[in-house]
Design a protein around this ligand. Structure first.
Ligand code: SAM
Ligand code: SF4
Ligand code: SF4
Length: 371
């Protein structure tokens, strides 16, 4: 097993330093890629570290005590993140999600939130500024994050059954603490709160209906996520994926649901509502129903590499420009060129029947690129 582990350094994944174009086209607030998809969302990973070892994301046998996480000097500073974010917003980004690893492990994160919350879109609107967390530190940090200007949070919660939850996070973390974090986030007004449940067949699929029932009528939207073949270390097999259609069928048998229209084009989750008025749920079907056609998301890794797809193997080293003396106009034009050349659509190309696409290059880990 150990011989397949790639020891990580700053050079763990191939990167290219972006070219600064000869003609510096200014941002127009609307940037289309090679397939006509406009840039709207930016996910920023603020750390590659995590206090959980979820079996589908950071399996313990790979992310063990010998695993080399990024050194602090590799991480983008808050000033570098804010500068990058401003440039992306000028290109049309309206939604920023902080992620990781576990974003609440990044020291003084509320300071970064404050800096990002001050950014305005070209039409003067504040950003939709959100964060995905495992909830372990949320009870302690919710109020500070709200005060700093965070709009809302998404909390990952894979089971309500304490034994299953501890098995899935693999660090024996109790589910009650995450529920307290969610309650605190709701109390301080970090809503509408979403709860993400990754469904792994045979591991936690027995908990779909209990989780739905628990949040039914609470105003919290649960999203059931198909187990994805991100990275190379989570042992993904098609047999472990429970298709979203089955999730809906199981729910419908206990709590009848009907489909809803998307909130906006490119929304990752398909929306459903309880027929009895108990609120809404979502399913994210990256495996069985790819949504690449409307994918408007860019990802900035912890060390400042720009990735155009969750399943990418290589990134564009924006940090080299940020630290190499490039001007805002130069970095902005480079971002414009990179996005304009984007044709990624991994999920759409995935051969659902037989599993992974043939000759797939090693993909970056989710904990590194940010979910
Ligand atoms: N640590 C934070 C958390 O867990 O919410 C943020 C980072 S985590 C990588 C972001 C999201 O990715 C989480 O909701 C997690 O459940 C999801 N995720 C991680 N690995 C996944 C996989 N193999 N398939 C589907 N979702 C996954
Ligand atoms: Fe950590 Fe989130 Fe990955 Fe779980 S899903 S190991 S909490 S980064
Ligand atoms: Fe977007 Fe890549 Fe996911 Fe397709 S596979 S929806 S392009 S992130």
């Amino acid at each position: 097993m150990t011989e397949t582990i790639i020891r990580l350094t700053d050079l763990r994944y191939p990167t290219q330093t972006p070219q600064i174009p000869d003609v510096l086209r200014p941002a127009t607030g609307h940037l289309e890629d090679g397939l006509g998809r406009h840039l709207h969302d930016l996910r920023i990973s603020v750390t590659d570290r995590c206090n959980f070892r979820c079996v589908y994301c950071m399996p313990k046998d790979v992310f063990d005590k010998d695993y080399t996480f990024l050194p602090h000097s590799s991480l983008l500073t808050f000033e570098e993140i804010e500068r990058s974010a401003r440039l992306f917003v000028a290109h049309g980004v309206e939604k920023i999600r902080l992620t990781g690893g576990e974003p609440l492990l990044r020291k003084n994160l509320e300071r970064l939130v404050e800096m990002l919350a001050a950014i305005r879109t070209p039409s003067g609107k504040p950003l939709d500024l959100t964060l995905t967390t495992n909830g372990s530190l949320l009870k302690r940090k919710a109020q500070t994050l709200k005060d700093a200007g965070l709009t809302r949070v998404t909390v990952s919660l894979d089971s309500l059954d304490d034994a299953t939850f501890r098995r899935m996070n693999d660090v024996d973390f109790p589910v009650a603490s995450v529920l307290e974090g969610i309650a605190e986030a709701q109390r301080v007004g970090l809503g509408p709160i979403k709860v993400n449940m990754v469904v792994k067949r045979g591991t936690n699929d027995h908990d779909i209906v209990p989780v739905a029932r628990h949040f039914h009528g609470s105003g919290i939207v649960v999203r059931f996520i198909e187990f994805m073949d991100v990275g190379t270390s989570n042992g993904w097999r098609m047999d472990d994926v429970l298709p979203s259609a089955d999730v809906i069928a199981r729910l419908h048998a206990h709590l009848p649901v009907e489909p809803l229209e998307p909130n906006y084009p490119g929304e990752t989750a398909q929306r459903w509502r309880y027929v009895d008025g108990g609120g809404e749920i979502g399913v994210i079907s990256s495996v069985t129903r790819a949504f690449c056609g409307t994918c408007s998301r860019a990802r900035l890794s912890t060390e400042g590499k720009l990735y155009l797809c969750l399943f990418a193997s290589a990134g564009h080293d924006l940090r080299a420009l940020l630290r190499g003396g490039a001007s805002d106009a130069e970095i902005s034009a480079a971002i414009g060129e990179i996005w304009a050349g984007r044709t990624d659509r991994y999920s759409a190309l995935r051969t659902a029947a037989t599993g992974l696409p043939e000759n797939a290059a090693p993909k970056v880990e989710m904990s590194y690129i940010g979910g």
